[in-house]
Design a protein around this ligand. Structure first.
Ligand SMILES: NC(=O)c1ccc[n+]([C@@H]2O[C@H](COP(=O)([O-])OP(=O)(O)OC[C@H]3O[C@@H](n4cnc5c(N)ncnc54)[C@H](O)[C@@H]3O)[C@@H](O)[C@H]2O)c1
Length: 324
């Protein structure tokens, strides 16, 4: 039986990854400090015997905390929403710097392969479209998003430096916008915002004219991509995302229709350095790890609808959707 450690386990994508690995017969250890994660995301995994460690990866990981052999470490821990960028920029930087270093050290100690959850944000507001892994990006190092973008760029640099110096097995996943159940309904990202607003009869917040594009990957596709990357021999960074691109306006209209709402749109100014276009080139993922996404947006959004309806039922006072 393989043993995997998933950091950030109580978060949106990582909690689905824990379920995915349990389905494949792994022994899974989850680690989280619950800064943005929710214990309820792990209800099913904990019932299936997943071990959970409460720890902040910015602090060193004592040897007694994670014992025995580990085969794979998925370092998924990091706040990831623009709302978090404003609230805890230093925490985000330290999580990718000191935090990731601690996971690399743990990988070296246990002989595990370490995957770093990077992001499409390393491309910043891209001037190359679609974004291919060889593109170096266009990031404003002093903008409001820099705590996240530069943190992840540093995390990638740390991963390759560590690999060169210590011959550790590492993987870098550049994750593009992902959606699905277990997203926090109030985390300010586009999909939860639109659903919560439409379901509560409030205008949908669209930044600018809504002509900026995003490409959304359903979470089950995303975790399969992460797993395939981890278990492949590909050591270069790999984009994991869905290349079907839509304008934000089109997504707003689709969610409005799906919720049976006819709420108006409310246009707000574009946030600083908001990427105008985003679409992954996934040729490398297809050819070297054998992965392509399978779930189309319509199917994924329908799955989300029941999830967000339940979330709303559990919040009798309603859910406030933050705006950037
Ligand atoms: N969701 C996306 O579209 C997306 C896109 C690109 C990259 N990513 C990356 O994927 C990973 C998961 O993202 P998500 O959307 O599921 O976010 P999330 O906030 O739901 O999950 C992150 C988890 O990490 C935990 N965490 C954060 N800092 C920690 C620390 N210092 N120590 C221990 N635990 C910590 C949080 O409590 C949370 O449970 C992140 O690394 C994120 O940067 C996500």
């Amino acid at each position: 039986m393989k043993r995997a450690l998933v950091t950030g386990a109580a978060g949106f994508i990582p909690s689905h990854l824990c379920d995915f690995l349990l389905d494949r017969g792994y022994e899974v250890i989850g680690l989280d400090n619950f800064v943005t994660g929710r214990r309820s995301n792990l209800e099913a995994a904990l019932k299936r015997g997943m071990k959970l460690i409460e720890h902040n990866i910015i602090d060193p990981i004592p040897e007694s905390l994670v014992t025995g052999q580990i085969d794979e470490i998925y370092n998924m821990a990091s706040p990831a929403s623009p709302v978090d960028f404003a609230k805890m920029p230093l925490f985000i930087l330290e999580t990718a710097a000191r935090g990731h270093r601690h996971l690399l050290d743990l990988g070296r100690r246990t002989g595990a392969r370490v995957l770093f959850a990077s992001t499409s944000e390393v491309y910043g507001d891209p001037e190359v479209h679609p974004q291919v892994e060889s593109y170096f990006g266009n990031v404003n190092s002093v903008g409001v998003r820099s705590c996240y973008d530069e943190a992840k760029r540093y995390g990638e640099a740390l991963t390759v430096a560590y690999t060169r110096e210590h011959r550790l097995e590492t993987r870098i996943a550049r994750i593009f916008n992902t959606y699905g159940s277990r997203m926090r309904p109030d985390d300010g990202r586009i999909i939860p915002n639109f659903f919560m607003q439409a379901l509560q009869g409030q205008p949908l917040t669209v930044y600018g004219e809504g002509s900026q594009t995003r490409s959304f990957c359903y979470v089950s596709d995303q975790v399969e991509g992460l797993y395939k990357l981890m278990t492949s021999s590909e050591t270069r960074p790999v984009n994991i995302g869905n290349p079907i691109e839509r304008t934000v306006l089109k997504i707003a209209n689709e969610i409005n229709a799906l919720c049976g709402s006819r709420v108006p749109l409310r246009n707000l100014p574009l946030p600083e350095n908001d990427p105008k276009q985003r679409k992954p080139d996934i040729s490398r993922a297809a050819s070297s790890i054998g992965w392509v996404p399978r779930v189309d947006l319509e199917t994924g959004l329908r799955e989300c609808l029941s999830y967000f309806r339940e979330e709303l039922k559990r919040a009798p006072g309603g859910i406030v959707t933050p705006t950037a």
